[in-house]
Design a protein around this ligand. Structure first.
Ligand code: HEM
Length: 425
């Protein structure tokens, strides 16, 4: 859709507030047309969230980059809004687990990110490749056991457990304990609007108890894993609250996002057989294809909430102080002022840097790991099943896993894996 031209500095914000989030199924499942219409009206506008709170949504590419890197737009919602008496949506598991790098500004952000970064050093990430490949193939072995022609759920059987097992390896979560933890996170991260349902509260409590026990265990017997590294850091480097918050955030950030990329990516490739064939014909295109799938399918459609510490002009629109800001990455990544034919999936695309992993100081710390996991997942899946196809009508797919704002994932992905192995080596 062509963008309405906006001269810099001449925007006026919409006066009528648009509702944002809690969408009807048609928009929830395919939000990009809705984003484009809103973006064409104005690249930055006030909205009313599904929980009733007001916020500003940033839709244009340039405005999004600015908002993500402007130091006057804070990530510390609690500190910036609390002393004003404003309500802050806390989510689960609540305040005690909210002190991690994605919720703070420098200097705390610098300190927390540096501590966790050790686990994401390029050689450490690259060394995980054989383990990731083993995980991918063992999951596919289990799915193949259903027999040729059987319909299997690629989300439950592959896209979710793969990144969860990888983050389990990285953190040092013992194998027998992972299934319970994954089940609790599935309940916690399944979308709802308004007050969390009782089962989500219960799952959240179990996760909190589990992570506390994990920390106690690693304190008694440290190993070569990220939890042990963080537990071993001095109390000056990391408070107990920051430690637990960081672990919680890493598990959330580290699995549902990548799971959604794999699921969304498979659907996008099935929807675009020419791109799938191009990939099957030349697998060296996979790394670029993964980045294009992040741009096109928006596994993280919005960055996490920010708040203006003072009045800030973004994309020519002035946002007052102490207002919540939501940067719509899924919209920015379809902005025709930055990408040629943005609504086309093109695995050979070279025309710009997507904001799918964010931008600025909070740029995704796990991006190299996510890219590696997705590449290995697609290599294994397409290598064994290049002829895979949907096991249900396309219209039956629903993107209700996640809240639709920060996470956009499929509830399930029934596919027929089919024979013809060996196209990708
Ligand atoms: C396709 C997969 C992924 C996508 C699309 C994604 C996307 C993002 C985005 C957009 C942000 C910035 C949020 C903001 O500025 O509000 C972010 C931050 C972050 N991500 Fe990811 N992510 C993915 C996978 C991962 C993985 C696998 C890990 C770790 C195992 C991870 C860890 C983090 C961390 C720690 C941050 C916070 C960085 C900071 O605040 O400095 N992510 N991610």
């Amino acid at each position: 859709m062509p963008e309405t031209p906006h001269a810099p500095g001449t925007q006026t914000a919409e006066t009528a507030e648009t509702a944002w989030g809690g969408w009807q199924p048609a928009i929830r499942d395919d939000p990009f047309g809705h984003f484009a219409q809103a973006r064409a009206r104005c690249p930055v506008q006030p909205v009313r969230l599904a929980d009733g709170h007001p916020a500003w949504v940033v839709l244009g590419y340039d405005a999004a980059r600015q908002a993500l890197s402007d130091p006057r737009i804070s990530k510390d919602m609690l500190a910036t809004l609390e002393d004003n008496g404003d309500v802050v949506a806390e989510g689960l598991p609540g305040r005690e687990f909210s002190r991690h790098m994605l919720n703070v500004d420098p200097p705390d952000h610098t300190r927390l990110r540096r501590l966790v970064s050790r686990a994401f050093a390029p050689p450490r990430v690259a060394a995980l490749e054989p383990a990731i490949r083993d995980i991918a193939h063992s999951l596919l072995d289990e799915l193949d056991a259903a027999g040729p022609g059987a319909t299997v759920d690629l989300v439950a059987g592959f896209a979710h457990p793969l990144p969860f097992r990888v983050i389990g390896e990285l953190l040092g979560i013992p194998e027998p304990e992972r299934a319970d933890l994954l089940a609790w996170f599935q309940v916690l991260l399944t979308g709802w609007s308004g007050d969390p349902p009782a089962e989500a509260v219960e799952a959240s409590g179990k996760i909190v108890t589990y992570l506390r026990e994990l920390v106690a265990t690693k304190r008694r017997s440290p190993a070569d894993d990220l939890v042990s590294v963080l537990v071993g850091a001095s109390d000056d480097a990391l408070t107990p609250q920051e430690l637990l918050s960081s672990l919680f955030q890493l598990v959330v950030a580290g699995h549902d996002t990548t799971a959604s990329l794999i699921g969304n990516g498979v659907v996008a490739l099935i929807d675009h057989p020419d791109q799938l064939q191009a990939l099957l014909a030349d697998t060296t295109r996979l790394p670029a294809a993964v980045d294009e799938l992040v741009r096109f399918t928006a596994p993280v459609p919005h960055a996490t909430f920010r708040v203006t510490a003072e009045p800030v002009t973004v994309g020519g629109v002035q946002i007052p102080a102490r207002e919540q800001v939501l940067v719509c990455l899924g919209s920015a990544n379809r902005d025709s002022r930055h990408f040629t034919e943005p609504d086309v999936l093109d695995i050979g695309r070279r025309d710009g840097r997507s904001l799918g992993f964010g931008h600025g100081m909070h740029y995704c710390l796990g991006a190299p790991l996510a890219r590696l996991e997705a590449r290995v997942a697609f290599e294994a899946l397409l290598g064994r099943h290049p002829g895979l196809r949907l096991g249900v009508d396309r219209d039956a797919l629903t993107w209700a896993h996640g809240d639709g704002l920060v996470l956009r994932g499929l509830v399930s992905l029934p596919v027929v894996l089919g024979p013809s192995p060996g196209a990708i080596q």
